[in-house]
Design a protein around this ligand. Structure first.
Ligand code: EPZ
Length: 420
């Protein structure tokens, strides 16, 4: 296992180009299972462990996958010879559940390991299962696996009792090859869901309403191969904006979509940052100032993203004053707090609210990453702290950030990777 060594108090400045969005690419890879003829080519693939895990899972099913040197991936689903998603792969990456809908839609059967929980919560998949049952699939759960089968999925109206990103994605993929019309109410509106729908429509699906709370999918006979470029990662964008802001620095972010991070930009302006945007670039300048505290409430898009909560908590930990962070999406997403407090932060968590008293500065310390975004927030805290911070278990960060230390070094950060 590796660790990252961060020497703090360096003001970051420079330019960073954002990679493709993990949470758009993962469902697209799974959707490729449904192709009847032709190849799927997905461009702008980020270099992430979660992408490798997903392609390993699909390869184990028999899919033929080639990746070229510019990180474009080519998938041929005609060689698929089984519909089994084993525990040893699914346990490392919950989003493997996204093969369930496509396998049922195309092959009429699937045996997929229950994903199990992770550090940020129990993360059940009951909404996925209930909705697929409503579409006519038979799903039995025993020995830690979902055993699913169906003759042909039926288009129905699904009203999600709470918004679920991958729940919406599983059902909209299943609906592509179902009989009739599938209507999803209370659908997730994240840009990654919209990108998946646009990708599927390029393959011949008939989806409308993406980006609103009601998505309508008209089932078609088959889907054909297509080429598609995944959208840029809005969470990587936000993370690098805060890397500049927390060190009082400035940054130009390229190849992003500024409208997808509107709420993050609004909060960073409130924190005192100067921000200038075009459609695909964002310039932030903190002008060496200490941030003003900002209250945050997370929720489904377009509310403040839960995947940016830990990073904003880090910024608030050195702000000049008090702030509150309300986490409404996951039940245990404050694991980074006790680690930040070891660095001298003053954060108290009561139920789903973190109350923060900003400190002049933090002190570097050895800390432990517990999940993907918590790891990022500890690196951000280390960038702002006096002295050296060692972030352990950074396999979490490698799941979701493409060469994070290389990109941070480009901005002037003193950060190195060493074996634990
Ligand atoms: C997706 O997870 C993202 N992952 C997460 O990103 C992100 O944090 C989350 O959406 C919220 O935006 C991918 O897209 C691969 P949910 P997902 O279903 O779909 C509850 C990252 O850092 N729920 O929207 O698993 C659930 O427990 C990751 O990149 C059920 O109760 O999240 C949670 O409280 C972390 N039953 C809430 O709904 C279900 O069947 C929202 O979860 C499904 C979800």
């Amino acid at each position: 296992m590796d660790k990252l060594i961060v020497e703090g108090k360096n003001i970051l400045s420079g330019t960073v180009s954002v990679s493709g969005a993990k949470n758009a690419v993962l469902p697209m890879l799974c959707a490729s299972v449904m192709i009847s003829d032709g190849l799927v080519i997905i461009k702008n693939i980020p270099h992430l462990n979660d992408v490798t895990t997903t392609t390993s899972l699909l390869a184990k099913m028999g899919m033929t996958i080639t990746m070229d040197e510019s990180m474009n991936i080519q998938l041929d689903s005609s060689t698929i010879n089984n519909t089994f998603a084993p525990y040893e792969l699914v346990k490392t990456m919950r989003s493997s559940i996204l093969v369930l809908g496509p396998l049922l839609a195309k092959h009429g059967n699937a045996k997929v390991s229950l994903p199990g929980g992770c550090a940020i919560g129990t993360r059940p998949v009951n909404l996925h299962i209930e909705a697929l049952r409503k579409m006519g699939a038979k799903l039995d759960i025993f020995n830690g696996y979902i055993h699913a089968k169906c003759k042909k999925l039926q288009g129905v109206t699904i009203e999600f009792p709470q918004i679920s990103v991958t729940g919406t994605e599983n059902i909209l993929m299943a609906g592509c090859l179902a009989d009739g019309i599938t209507t999803i109410r209370n659908a997730a509106r994240e840009p990654e869901v919209v990108d998946l729908c646009n990708f599927l429509n390029k393959m011949g699906a008939k989806i409308s309403g993406q980006g609103t709370e009601t998505i309508i999918i008209e089932g078609v006979e088959k889907l054909k191969g297509a080429s598609y470029t995944a959208l840029p990662d809005r969470i990587e964008t936000g993370t690098f904006l805060i890397a500049a802001a927390i060190t009082g620095g400035k940054i130009l972010i390229k190849d992003t979509i500024s409208s997808h991070v509107a709420i993050i930009l609004e909060k960073l302006k409130e924190a005192g940052a100067y921000i200038k945007t075009t459609e695909s670039t964002i310039e932030l300048d903190m002008k060496k100032k200490r941030p003003t505290p900002v209250n945050i409430t997370t929720g489904p898009y377009p509310m403040f993203p839960t995947d940016m909560q830990a990073q904003m908590t880090a910024l608030n930990s050195i702000a000049k004053g008090k702030s509150e962070v309300l986490e409404n999406v996951f039940e245990n997403r404050f694991m980074h707090v006790q680690e930040m407090n070891r660095m001298g932060a003053q954060i108290e968590v009561k139920e789903n609210c973190a109350s923060i008293v900003g400190q002049d500065t933090l002190k570097g310390a050895p800390v432990m990453a517990t999940d993907l975004r918590a790891s990022a927030s500890l690196i951000l805290a280390g960038l702002a702290a006096e002295g050296v911070t060692e972030v352990g278990r950074i396999y979490h960060i490698d799941r979701g950030y493409d060469c994070i230390e290389e990109k941070l070094k480009q901005l002037g950060a003193k950060i190195t990777r060493e074996p634990m």
